[in-house]
Design a binder for this molecule. Structure first.
Ligand SMILES: [Zn+2]
Length: 183
């Protein structure tokens, strides 16, 4: 992999929800939120509020682990553990404590609080039947996404990325099986 090929500026945003894009900030073992500056760049890119405080990296990583622990089972046909749901509820309580209620919703002065709230909204009111994990298991890609296709048949985090990868692999396998093409 080229150095710097994946960073907070270039990582694909395909989750369909900021909470899922946040969980998807590790790609091929590269954590694009490995630094506080990286988190600030990513948060700005996805349109989150500029932090009123410097968000400690340990809080970012802890929140991401909680969101992953709750959302991944929901995406793969399981159920989150009660302890993980409680942990998310605690994060949400802290997030709302620092938020302002305005007509139309909450205003957050803290990007991490906004992400936590997005996750609880997704769990409480989102279309969980459309919450999926990428079916590209060879790469392997374990990104989460909301399937926004009309028939609910989307299987990959993105058609340009994993979808194309899987199709090329199948085509190559078929050609090999047919005894032509790849030698
Ligand atoms: Zn994928």
């Amino acid at each position: 992999m080229e150095a710097g090929a994946i960073d907070p500026r270039t990582i694909r945003l395909v989750g369909g929800d900021v909470a899922l894009d946040f969980v998807n900030t590790i790609d091929e073992g590269v954590d694009v939120l490995a630094t506080a500056a990286g988190f600030a760049v990513w948060a700005d890119r996805v349109g989150l509020p500029s932090p009123a405080r410097r968000v400690p990296l340990s809080e970012v990583h802890a929140a991401r682990a909680v969101l992953d622990a709750v959302l991944r089972p929901l995406a793969t046909g399981g159920a989150p553990r009660p302890a993980d749901l409680r942990a998310l509820r605690e994060l949400e309580r802290a997030a709302l404590a620092g938020a302002t209620l305005v007509p139309g919703g909450w205003r957050f002065g803290d990007p991490l609080a906004a992400i936590v709230h997005a996750a609880t909204e997704l769990i409480a009111r989102g279309r969980l039947d459309r919450l999926k994990a990428c079916a590209n298991h060879d790469h392997p890609c374990d990104w989460l996404f909301l399937d926004d296709s009309r028939n609910g048949t989307r299987r990959w985090c993105s058609m340009e990325g994993c979808g194309t990868e899987v199709k090329i692999r199948r085509l190559t396998a078929r050609r090999r099986a047919a005894g032509r093409g790849v030698s």
